[in-house]
Design a protein around this ligand. Structure first.
Ligand code: BLA
Length: 868
């Protein structure tokens, strides 16, 4: 803003002002202003009022440095004034640029302490533009004829880290960190050069900066502790100049950058903050219980400290839109930004990325004229990266935004929570506003303290919430480890999926089906939603969360009231099993500062985009949206799904094991069956052979009794063989078809007996009896039929025997053998047995074995009924 260039003899009028009458001073064509010791304008001539474009009456009696020319409230102007007053000696000549619209003005200034007043003599030197890019923006605003709204992404293109200029409150030097050779400098370099040498070409920092400061810089460079946002800050006296300068050195992008700004001579000159201020502020922040309270405290403390008329705490949401969650401002500023939402494009992505690295931005005067950087040939071709420079000029588009917002002087300090840009501490002033370096540092410190308190408060809340969830998740997983039925464990236990994530409904999709709890959609919708997830998500994605699911998935749309929010976790890689949580739609209103659908205006000429003009409240009714799921909730859902996978896998393994076991058992059973049948077959064969032998032997003996005995024994063996034959043919190894067995048996007996014996068989088909019963009944039948053949036979011709086999009740059968002989004598039971009596003994033995009952009657032939 200032230059120490001598201002020519014209301003020598300052020497005579005390001697002139007020009328004579009024008549001068140089601007003359008389200030009292408080900086109040006591006199102002016509030329001065014309220079400022303000009527003398509106200047007289007002504070020059705060009301008339607030841009002059800087060390280079007010600082000179106050120091001179203190010393009692003041006569300074310098140049100053008054930022104002439409055109800033460079003026030659002489500040001289007169007898009663301090004289300020001003001569307009030239009107200036606001720099090429800012002028282009202003031109575009003027030209704009409803060019409509454009893609906000265009805002992200501006390379704000290489603006090619700095704000005029400082002088900048860029040097080679190795050789300290100056590579570039701001064009106002003359302000710090004592010898009026306008150029530093071919010179080194050694020629400009004090040796002590340079030694520190060298040491820090060697250590590597001057990069990545670190800097060395010192107040230094420049060679041949009394003025103390606040110097900040940092290295970035292969350059050493030094910024020098005139420092207040005394802390009280510009109300520089001290530890005393920050101490109180930090302890008050500590006492804040809630986020809102902490934000309000931080905003107030910083406003009091920095003097901005308004300080806001601005918080980003997950989409990088932002909201003013605290607003502390002077009583006479009626504008309200508190509670309003601002679209993400207001602070575009590249700005947010930069603010994550570089902590703060202070702008004294929005309409000050940027000072270009000139690169010397030594600098090479690349532009100077000002990412970490304190005095980088801000984007001209953003400065236009500030103008639309009614803001001139401003600050923004990054609120970083866990390394992420959580928000900004924003300072607004309607006039230009200087903040001393120590105060800037203090505001940054308080902002950091606030960020830490946020981390604590949010961390505690999150911790408590997470603890509850971890506890529930732990109970669910413990349940899962001992359960085989994971669906039941998750949906029907003392804790369920509904106890997690503030869900109002949940569902489990498994191979068995869909199980829902709470407010959940019908099964078909759950299935359709699951299918949508399977179709839409890349194969390796195992979890999914959305707060607008009903607008994404067509099947969910009709159910937006209950499933606007969805959190899903696939259990297995085949995605057959999935856990789902539902959150209802929460209808809410968001009040935007301006229509969020039109945040960016199209520009004109070389300027593609312009900020919106209107910050009118714009109320959006939000529908189709649920409270969003937090990332930790999504990952917790993922780990529950993993635990479930364990159960599913275990279940599957168990089923596989059991199926294996079953198959093996079946194989063994089949084998045994085969073996038994084989044995039965062989037994039958062996018995048949034995029976045949007996038959053969019968022929060889002559004794009729022996013959009879052989025949009977043969028949008995045969009957057992028959049972084994039936067993061999039976489908199951235990049961025997009794009718069939008896039938074969009777055929054998008729065959063996020869002659004219006949058996009339009446057997119920498919009458199955256990093996033991079959053997016993077969033997009994053999005895009874053989006996009938023997004793029931008529003298002429054979006997006719009726054999009847039938079932009575389940598990019991009846065998009846009747002959057509004369019947048994009345005393047959007592009579000496006919023959050997072995037959009857055998019958009784068999009856006992199977616990059967025998009835004997004459009807009229002998009739035996066995119930077994
Ligand atoms: C930067 N925008 C910013 C900054 C703020 C805002 C605080 C930080 C710079 C600074 O310190 O001033 C926005 N200011 C706000 C908001 C509030 C506020 C939201 O007080 C509400 C309380 N901005 C636009 C459009 C574009 C744009 C349309 O509105 C681009 C087309 C750009 N904003 C933009 C750019 C920056 C910015 C490029 C970076 C400025 C810089 O650091 O150079």
């Amino acid at each position: 803003m200032s230059s120490s260039v001598a201002s020519g003899a014209v301003l020598d009028i300052a020497l005579e002002l005390d001697a002139l009458s007020p009328g004579e001073r009024e008549g001068l064509d140089l601007g003359v202003i008389g200030l009292d010791a408080s900086g109040i304008v006591r006199e102002c001539n016509e030329a001065a009022s014309a220079l400022f474009g303000i009527a003398p009456a509106a200047i007289l009696g007002r504070d020059f440095f705060h009301a008339v020319a607030p841009g002059a409230y800087v060390p280079a102007f007010y600082g000179r004034f106050i120091s001179g007053l203190r010393r009692g000696v003041l006569d300074e000549r310098f140049e100053f640029v008054f930022g104002r619209l439409p055109q800033p003005l460079r003026a030659k200034v002489r500040l001289r302490l007169g007898r009663d007043l301090c004289w300020l003599v001003l001569q307009a030197a030239e009107t200036l533009g606001l720099g090429l890019s800012r002028d282009a923006v202003i031109e575009a605003v003027a030209q704009r004829a409803g060019a409509g709204f454009v893609d906000p992404a265009l805002c992200e293109r501006e390379p704000i880290h290489i603006p090619g200029s700095i704000q005029p409150n400082a002088v900048m030097l860029a040097a080679d960190p190795e050789t300290l050779a100056i590579q570039a400098h701001s064009t106002n370099i003359g302000e710090i050069l004592a010898d009026d040498a306008e150029t530093v070409a071919g010179r080194s920092l050694v020629d400009v900066l004090p040796a002590g400061f340079l030694a520190e810089i060298r040491a820090r460079l060697a250590e590597g502790t001057l990069a990545d946002g670190r800097s060395l800050r010192r107040t230094i006296a420049l060679r041949n100049l009394d003025d103390r300068h606040y110097a900040v050195a940092h290295s970035h992008d292969g350059r050493l950058i030094v910024e020098l700004e005139r420092a207040p001579e005394r802390p009280e000159d510009f109300g520089s903050a001290s530890q005393i201020d920050t101490e109180g502020a930090v302890s008050r922040l500590r006492g804040a219980a809630t986020l809102e309270e902490a934000a309000a405290i931080a905003a107030l403390e910083i406003r009091l400290l920095t003097g901005y008329e308004c300080v806001l705490v601005y918080r980003f949401d997950e989409d990088w839109n932002g909201e003013a969650i605290a607003e502390e401002k002077v009583a006479d500023w009626s504008r309200v930004l508190f509670g309003l939402r601002f679209p993400a494009s207001d602070i575009p992505a590249q700005a947010r990325a930069l603010y994550t690295k570089a902590k703060s931005r202070f702008v004294i005067d929005r309409d000050s004229v940027p000072v270009p950087l000139v690169a010397l040939p030594e600098a090479g071709n690349s532009s100077i990266d000002l990412s970490f420079a304190q005095h980088r000029t801000l984007s001209p588009i953003h400065l236009e935004y500030q103008r639309n917002l009614g803001v001139n002087g401003s600050m923004s300090i990054s609120i970083l929570v866990e390394g992420r840009l959580w928000g900004l501490m924003i300072g607004h002033h309607r006039q230009p506003h200087y903040v001393a370096p120590e105060t800037r540092a203090a505001a940054t410190l308080i902002t950091d303290a606030f960020a830490m308190r946020v981390q604590e408060i949010e961390g505690q809340r999150l911790w408590a919430e997470r603890q509850v969830h971890l506890d529930i998740a732990g109970r669910l997983t413990r349940g899962l480890t001992s359960a085989d039925d994971f669906v039941g464990t998750l949906t029907a236990g003392s804790v369920t999926l509904l106890d997690l994530f503030g869900a109002t409904g949940a569902a489990v999709v498994s191979a068995e089906g869909v199980t829902t709890i709470g407010r959940a959609p019908d099964e078909a919708t759950v299935r359709a939603a699951t299918q949508w997830l399977r179709d839409m998500l890349p194969p390796d994605q195992t979890t999914f969360a959305s707060d607008i699911f009903a607008t994404l998935c067509p099947a969910a749309e009709p159910h937006h009231e209950i499933m606007s929010g969805l959190l899903a976790a696939f259990v297995d890689s085949g995605r057959r099993n999935v856990l789902l949580w539902f959150r209802p739609e929460t209808v809410s209103t968001v009040t935007w500062s301006g229509d969020p659908r039109k945040p960016v205006l199209g520009g004109s000429g070389s300027v593609a985009v312009l900020p919106r003009r209107s910050f009118e409240r714009w109320v959006e009714e939000r529908r189709g949206r649920a409270a969003p799921f937090a990332p930790w909730q999504v990952s917790l859902a993922g780990s529950i799904a993993e635990a479930v996978e364990g159960v599913v896998l275990r279940q599957r393994r168990k089923i596989n094991e059991l199926t294996g076991l079953l198959a093996e058992k079946q194989r063994l059973l089949d084998q045994k069956d085969l073996l038994t049948r084989e044995i039965d077959h062989r037994v039958k064969n062996s018995l048949q052979i034995v029976s045949a032998f007996l038959h053969m032997q019968r022929r060889q003996v002559k004794d009729p009794e022996a013959q009879q005995a052989f025949a009977e024994t043969s028949a008995r063996v045969m009957s057992v063989a028959r049972v084994h034959d039936s067993l061999y043919q039976a489908e199951t190894i235990n049961d025997v078809d009794l009718g069939q067995t008896i039938e074969s048996l009777c055929n054998d007996l008729v065959g063996m007996a020869g002659g004219s014996h006949v058996v009339d068989l009446n057997a119920e088909p498919g009458l199955m009896v256990p093996y033991r019963k079959a053997v016993a009944l077969s033997l009994i039948a053999t005895e009874l039929v053989t006996n009938a053949f023997k004793y029931g036979a008529k003298p002429v011709g054979g006997s006719r025997v009726a054999v009847h086999v039938s079932g009575i009740t389940a598990g019991s059968v009846r065998l009846r053998v009747c002959d057509d002989g004369e019947g048994l004598p009345p005393d047959w039971a007592q009579a000496r047995p006919r023959g050997s009596g072995l037959g009857m003994k055998l019958i009784r033995g068999m009856l006992d074995q199977i616990d059967a009952k025998l009835e004997v009657a004459n009807a009229p032939g002998a009739c035996f009924t066995i119930t077994a």
